[in-house]
Design a protein around this ligand. Structure first.
Ligand SMILES: [Zn+2]
Length: 199
């Protein structure tokens, strides 16, 4: 299902306009681009106060050695190949510095985790299979928000999970995935599909 992209100014719908942050450091630029893209694609699913928390607690971009150290500090197993990690809305995500396109996509991915419903996050903890699906949905949404982004190549991260999510989206509709992800509203159809995948 194609999803209509809401306009950035919000003038057609009367939504609050997107207010950019003050750009003070170079890292604010990928952060700002990630925020704008998230806002443009998922605005209607994200409560403004949650978005505000995210923006007040911006993600940290780290060089490989800093990234490895902070990953170790939180006890992240196997940081090899990891591009970013996040825990909850209130805490900054950590993102590995690299090509700007990749940085922006990783910021989008981690911010989607931060913005997903706390109930959905709780639900996937301790359920490895559901967690895989949740990661797939996260990257699937990341690809939506990163569409056309220079330097970003889709299909590199979680390719199998994305394929499974695309199939799921085709079955139950994109909106049902968004409702589960951001609001923990689960349609009967989606529950059945998740149970089947999780079987
Ligand atoms: Zn992830």
């Amino acid at each position: 299902m194609l999803h209509k992209r809401s306009t950035e100014s919000g003038s057609e719908t009367g939504e609050a306009p997107f207010i950019g942050r003050n750009l003070e450091t170079l890292d604010d630029i990928p952060r700002e681009i990630a925020d704008r893209r998230l806002h443009a694609e998922f605005n209607e699913h994200i409560a403004p106060e949650r978005f505000e928390v995210l923006r007040e607690q911006p993600d940290v971009l780290e060089k490989p050695d800093e990234f490895a150290k902070s990953a170790k500090d939180v006890g992240l197993q196997n940081p090899e190949g990891v591009l970013g990690w996040s825990t909850k809305l209130e805490d900054s995500a950590h993102v590995l510095k690299g090509d700007v396109g990749m940085e922006i996509a990783t910021l989008i991915h981690e911010d989607l985790h931060r913005l997903s419903s706390p109930e959905t996050l709780r639900e996937i903890q301790g359920d490895p299979e559901l967690r895989q699906i949740y990661e797939g949905v996260t990257e699937y949404f990341t690809e939506r928000a990163a569409e056309g982004l220079r330097g970003f190549e889709p299909g590199q991260i979680y390719p199998e999970e994305i394929a499974a999510t695309a199939k799921l989206g085709f079955e139950v509709g994109d909106q049902a995935l968004r409702d589960w992800y951001f609001s923990h509203e689960v349609t009967e159809e989606l529950q059945k599909a998740l149970d089947r995948l999780n079987g």
